[in-house]
Ligand binder design. Structure first.
Ligand code: ADP
Ligand code: MG
Length: 229
C-alpha cells in the first residue's frame, strides 16, 4: 500500500494521535512510513510546538526545519478554522487540484507508506467546494476512519460510514479511539458498532495506547518484527 488517508468523524477525535501511533509502530518495524498533513489550520509559524506537523515529525524521528515542515505540511494557515475559511483569511482560495497535487507528489516518493492526515471530519471543507471525502475519492487511496466513545459517537461513526460508503469510499478500518472522560466504555462502543456495522474492521484504541499492531494489521499495513532495543 502506498498511502492511507486518516480521516475522522470530527475534529479532535484523534487523527494525529492515531497517525503518530501508526508511524511509530511501522518505523520500529523497518517500514519507513511517512506522514503528510496537506492542509493545516490553526498553525502558528512562531510557535509550532504541539501542532500536528510537530507531532507527526516527532513520530517520524525528524527535527523540525523549514524543509521538513514544508514536506510534512506544505499548506499552513494561522486561523483555527476550517481549512477553506482559514485560507481565505490569508487571501487564498484553496483548490482541490492543488491539494491532490501535493498528495500525489508525496505518494510518488518510493519510501514506505504515506499516512495522509485529513483536516477536521470526513466532510469538513478541505478546498473550495470539496470535502475531505472528495479528496479521498479523487486520490483513490484506502482510508481509516477515527471515531470516539463520547456520548453520541456511535451516531457520528455510523453517519460517517454511511457517507463514505455512499461515495464508494468505505474505510478499510475504523479506529475506535477512547474519548477523554468518556462515560461510555470502549468495550460497549465496540459491541454496539459490531451490531450496527457488521463485518467492518474496528480496532479499539485506549487512552494513552501504545500498541498499534492490531490497527496496522487492520489497515493492511505490515512491517517486519519489532527491532529489539
Ligand atoms: N487515545 C488517546 N489517548 C490519549 N490522548 C489522546 C488519545 N487520542 C487523542 N488524544 C489527545 O487528544 C487531543 C486531540 O487529538 P488529535 O489526535 O490531535 O485529534 P485530531 O487530529 O483528530 O484533531 C490531542 O491532545 C491528543 O494527544
Ligand atoms: Mg490532527
Amino acid at each position: 500500500m502506498s498511502a492511507l488517508f486518516i480521516t475522522a468523524t470530527g475534529t479532535d477525535c484523534g487523527k494525529t494521535f492515531v497517525t503518530a501511533g501508526l508511524l511509530r509502530h511501522l518505523r520500529a518495524r523497518s517500514l519507513p512510513a511517512r506522514a503528510l498533513k496537506p492542509v493545516v489550520s490553526g498553525f502558528d509559524e512562531a510557535s509550532p510546538g504541539g501542532s500536528d506537523p510537530a507531532e507527526l515529525l516527532a513520530a517520524m524521528g525528524e527535527p523540525m526545519t523549514p524543509q521538513t515542515l514544508a514536506a510534512v505540511a506544505p499548506l499552513r494557515f494561522k486561523a483555527p478554522l476550517a481549512a477553506t475559511m482559514a485560507a481565505r483569511l490569508e487571501g487564498r482560495n484553496l483548490g482541490l487540484g492543488e491539494i491532490l497535487n501535493v498528495c500525489q507528489t508525496a505518494m510518488q516518493d518510493p519510501r514506505g507508506p504515506l499516512m495522509i492526515e485529513g483536516a477536521g471530519g470526513v466532510m469538513s471543507p478541505l478546498a473550495e467546494g470539496a470535502t475531505c471525502l472528495d479528496a479521498i475519492k479523487a486520490l483513490g487511496v484506502p482510508s481509516l476512519l477515527v471515531g470516539g466513545t463520547y456520548l453520541g459517537a456511535i451516531s457520528h461513526t455510523l453517519t460517517a460510514l454511511a457517507a463514505m460508503r455512499a461515495a464508494g469510499c468505505a474505510p478499510i478500518a475504523i479506529a475506535v479511539n477512547e474519548s477523554e472522560g468518556s462515560i461510555v466504555s470502549l468495550a460497549a462502543t465496540m459491541a454496539e458498532l459490531a451490531a450496527f456495522a457488521p463485518g467492518v474492521v474496528a480496532v479499539a484504541i485506549g487512552r494513552g495506547e501504545r500498541d498499534f499492531g492490531a490497527l496496522a494489521r487492520g489497515c493492511g499495513l505490515a512491517g517486519s518484527p519489532a527491532k529489539s532495543v
